[in-house]
Design a protein around this ligand. Structure first.
Ligand SMILES: NC(=O)c1ccc[n+]([C@@H]2O[C@H](COP(=O)([O-])OP(=O)(O)OC[C@H]3O[C@@H](n4cnc5c(N)ncnc54)[C@H](OP(=O)(O)O)[C@@H]3O)[C@@H](O)[C@H]2O)c1
Length: 266
């Protein structure tokens, strides 16, 4: 047979690609020759997709609320409808809720668990079976430095990310023999809409705080995923040092420390 064929471009899925760390990860995929299924909850995903497409990638934007099982199924349906193998998946969409547990809204917190925990398991089920069937693929799951400590005044958030971390590490071990790698990204405080959306502007995590660059956090996550690493703490040397120290400090001490930073100022 004569003639040449153009190699198919790889396909990646990124959730929470409309802003923050997820947008920067999506950008890295686009720059590195991937096409993308890029998801967000709001219509911001459409303008993000238009920006990403300027890098020559085919971007399929999906607007879906991942706190709802239907939203997760919508995203997976779009991936399946491409008819293409999924080479990489970044399960990144997530949020926090700041404030005293006595005051915060239960429905809102249960919805946070639906997004940060349930949707990760739900989407990972589809992604893992698909990639294992192809005997190839890379998964990056966003957790947090908050997975290494109790997080008073974001009392539900930290445990949701601790779940994500241990889930990712367990899944990694299972999927090894199927040719699929799983990497955990644990960012420290990062410059995105995250803390403002969590209602934490009136805390030490507010606008005055020096935070890690979302671009750098995404770069570290992308490289760790491509290198098949188990996990990476996203951020500067101080952030990585904190993660190391957190392995040895008592949980009660870390809890008291976090409370001082996350407690709303009166
Ligand atoms: N920033 C930090 O300090 C920090 C630190 C550690 C870990 N993280 C983790 O990093 C991840 C990304 O956060 P970020 O800092 O990039 O925050 P961000 O700028 O607020 O971005 C959050 C992304 O998630 C999407 N999203 C939120 N709720 C959703 C829902 N119900 N359904 C579907 N998508 C939803 C948002 O979509 P819309 O914009 O359309 O709403 C957006 O694309 C999160 O999992 C977070 O836990 C962040």
């Amino acid at each position: 047979m004569s003639g040449t064929t153009t190699p198919a471009r790889p396909l990646a899925l990124v959730t929470g690609a409309s802003s923050g760390i997820g947008y920067q990860l999506a950008l890295l995929f686009a720059i590195n020759g991937y096409d993308l299924v890029a998801t967000g909850r709001s219509d911001k995903i459409d303008s993000a997709a238009a920006d990403l497409a300027q890098h020559g990638a085919e971007i399929i934007p999906v607007r879906a609320d991942l706190a709802q099982a239907d939203g997760v199924e919508t995203v997976w349906r779009v991936v399946e409808e491409t008819g293409r193998p999924l080479d990489a998946a970044v399960l990144n969409a997530g949020r926090s809720i700041g404030g005293a547990f006595l005051d915060t809204d239960l429905e809102d917190e249960l919805s946070l668990i639906d997004l940060n925990v349930t949707s990760v398991v739900h989407l990972a089920k589809h992604v893992a079976r698909h990639m294992a069937g192809n005997h190839r693929g890379r998964i990056l799951i966003t957790s947090s430095l908050s997975a290494t400590l109790p997080t008073p005044y974001e009392t539900v958030y930290g445990p949701s990310r601790a779940f994500t971390r241990m889930f990712a590490l367990g899944l990694r071990e299972e999927l090894k023999e199927h040719g699929v790698s799983v990497t955990t990204l644990m960012p420290g405080a990062t410059d995105s809409d995250f803390h403002a959306r969590a209602g934490m502007n009136n805390t030490a995590f507010g606008p005055g705080m020096k935070k890690n660059s979302r671009k750098e956090v995404a770069r570290q996550g992308f490289l760790a995923m491509m290198g098949g690493q188990a996990e990476v703490v996203g951020g500067d040397a101080a952030t990585k040092g904190t993660a190391l120290k957190n392995r040895f400090l008592p949980e009660t001490l870390k809890a008291a420390r976090h409370a001082r930073s996350a407690k709303p100022r009166s």
